[in-house]
Design a protein around this ligand. Structure first.
Ligand SMILES: [Zn+2]
Length: 162
């Protein structure tokens, strides 16, 4: 059985709405949540791009300060349950596979020190209006740099938050 990722319906709806608003330009943000006892990630909420983000058809640059403030607030509000899980963004004009840059970004998250996360997620939304989510996870980076990083695709499941 392939590994699953759980997304709250409200978080998914928020991402889809944001993708639609910015179409045909790219948008994105941050995934928040936790890892369940079985190791499966649970995305409880998301952070949007922020008012200072720059959107284009080829990519986008988030409002980093806004996102860091939101991240801190979510952490406090949830008593530390909701933490950084990775990034999400839209592919308005292409399929749901990770681009070369996406792979580099995901590997970079794993190697950076803040926020620290060994196996980060990247969620990509495609297909205008339906905005199907595809979610990838970086498998633990091999110690030897000659071995390329591995990315696995997770089964996306929705859940209703209480
Ligand atoms: Zn991408």
């Amino acid at each position: 059985m392939s590994k699953r990722v759980w997304i709250s319906k409200s978080a998914l709806a928020q991402m889809m709405w944001n993708c639609e608003c910015h179409y045909p330009r790219e948008t994105g943000g941050i995934l928040l949540g936790y890892f369940g006892d079985n190791g499966e990630p649970v995305i409880t909420r998301i952070i949007g791009p922020g008012a200072g983000a720059v959107h284009s058809q080829m990519g986008f640059h988030p409002d980093h300060e806004f996102q860091m403030r939101q991240l801190e607030q979510a952490y406090i509000e949830s008593n530390g349950d909701d933490d950084y899980l990775g990034d999400w963004h839209s592919h308005p004009k292409c399929d749901n596979r990770m681009s070369h840059l996406d792979r580099k970004t995901l590997t970079g998250i794993s190697r950076s020190t803040a926020p620290k996360l060994a196996e980060p997620l990247m969620l990509i939304l495609t297909g205008r209006r339906s905005w199907e989510p595809a979610c990838y996870q970086l498998s633990l980076l091999p110690k030897c740099k000659l071995v390329p990083a591995r990315f696995r695709r997770l089964d996306v499941k929705n859940y209703m938050p209480e």
